[in-house]
Design a protein around this ligand. Structure first.
Ligand code: PLP
Length: 452
């Protein structure tokens, strides 16, 4: 019983072909009454669905049925799909045969699960510029936050020093593959080598790296990889934690219920519960087979041509960076400096222009979607804004992906040039901390029921 992978459709952009995305021809209304194609430059927050993923989901839906427990043929098909997805994810990250693949909701869920599974007394070491999903799940006196140095090479020395101070016992180093604020790629292999010397395990937050570059557990020599389907062009609510199974096997599930239990017996004053083994132990509740299948198809589609993905993003990112850095008053945020390797993410502030107002005007006057704020990495964003002398606490982030075209980039550059020089062309008001056009009668899409 095999489920054929749909042939990936491709989009042409910047002279390379890459897998195409749903919504590539979406148009949005502007305040001046025009309708323009939507320039989605917010891939780092959440990426559009691949056409190949949509087709695969369509193909699966008629077969949709329960996973694991059903005797019906459709249940068996779905159970097979779910199991195949584990193998695909294992392959996607180059996992060791003994590694567990646990399906979760997203990176946040995966890291919280790992945090709840640490052996007692584990020391956790991490850099303080992490995304909140990687920064916050670890609790207690054995969490060591290392200040991120200004040079990538110094991260190795800083980690070495922090690990040397750790008490005896299990240790976990939490690293990000690529910063969601600056797009800078961290020297993961070098840091993992330091961790190894100190007997520490390494968890890699690949939420931002995996959509752009191959991630290989064995080559990087890390112990865990976590990722999110919605950042990998599979927005159907699945993510994964992949890695060493012993700690996960020894831990009680932090989400309990059906699927995680082998047997429950009534002992009168309490219930006796025998948990299942990993991965089911940490997948209580009905599995999200549609999401998991979508994630697996996205991984297979991306892995078909990493070189094409890289070429597409490299060309567009060079265009983005050259255009933005030439705008007077625009200050690019960077942890380590312009020479550092990056994925297609770039955050910046503009002198005299509020980030939220800039993002609102880019949307309402130019049909461009970007993100503004501190990007769930408050420490990193505020520190970097301080470093470039910005007074505000928020930045603008443009992030590119498979749906991006050269026209999107050029439109952003030209819009920012005009915003930096003259400000917005329309009036905006700040409501509950968000800037919105003062007079906005743009129609919402028909499928949204109007509530007024
Ligand atoms: N880690 C990084 C680097 C991220 O960029 C994000 C999301 O932006 C996360 C973790 C959390 O991902 P999710 O919201 O999918 O759980």
């Amino acid at each position: 019983m095999t489920l054929a992978l749909p042939t990936a459709r491709v989009a042409e952009s910047c002279e390379t072909t890459v897998p195409s995305v749903v919504g590539a021809r979406l148009t949005v209304p502007l305040l001046d009454g025009r309708q323009v194609s939507y320039a989605n430059l917010d891939h780092a927050a959440s990426a559009p669905c691949l056409d190949a993923v949509r087709d695969a989901v369509d193909e699966l839906l008629p077969w949709y049925a329960s996973v694991h427990r059903g005797a019906g043929f459709a249940s068996q098909v779905c159970t097979r799909v779910y199991g195949q997805a584990r193998d695909t994810l294992r392959k996607f990250v180059g996992a060791r045969p003994s590694d567990a693949v646990v399906f979760t909701r997203n990176t946040t869920d995966s890291l919280n699960l790992l945090a709840r599974s640490l052996p007692k007394g584990t020391s956790v070491v991490l850099f303080d510029t992490e995304h909140h999903a990687a920064l916050l799940p670890w609790r207690g006196p054995r969490v060591h936050r290392v200040e991120t140095p200004a040079h990538a090479g110094d991260t190795v020395l800083a980690l070495d020093a922090a690990l040397a101070e750790c008490p005896v016992g299990p240790r976990l180093v939490v690293l990000t593959g690529a910063s969601n604020v600056t797009g800078e790629v961290w020297p993961v292999a070098a840091l993992a080598a330091v961790a190894r010397r100190h007997g520490a395990r390494v968890a890699l937050d690949a939420a931002q790296l995996a959509p752009h570059r191959p991630v290989d557990i064995k080559a990087l020599d890390v112990d865990y990889v976590v990722l999110s389907g919605h950042k990998l062009y599979a927005p159907f609510g699945a993510g994964a934690l992949i890695g060493r199974s012993d700690w996960l096997q020894a831990a009680d599930p932090y989400l309990v219920g059906g699927g995680a239990t082998r047997q429950v017996v009534d002992w009168g004053d309490r219930l006796g519960v025998a948990w299942t083994a990993v991965p089911e132990r940490h997948e209580a509740g009905s599995p999200n087979v549609v999401g998991v299948h979508a994630l697996a198809v996205a991984c297979e589609t991306l892995a078909e041509d990493w070189a094409g993905v890289a070429a597409h993003e490299r060309a567009l990112f060079a265009r983005l960076r050259a255009g933005l850095t030439a705008i007077p008053g625009l200050r690019v945020l960077e942890l380590f400096g312009p020479e550092q390797d990056r994925v297609g993410v770039l955050s910046f502030s503009i002198d005299g222009l509020d980030a939220g107002l800039a993002a609102a005007a880019l949307s309402a006057e130019h049909g461009i979607g970007v993100r503004d704020g501190a990007f769930c990495a408050h420490i990193a964003t505020r520190r970097l804004l301080g470093r470039v002398g910005a007074e505000e606490q928020r930045a603008v982030r443009a992030s590119i992906g498979l749906g991006t075209t050269a026209e999107h980039i050029d439109r952003l550059i030209s819009a920012l040039r005009s915003l930096a020089a003259d400000g917005p062309a329309f009036r905006y008001a700040e409501v509950d901390g968000r800037w919105t056009p003062a007079d906005d009668d743009r129609p919402l899409p028909g499928f949204l029921r109007q509530t007024h």
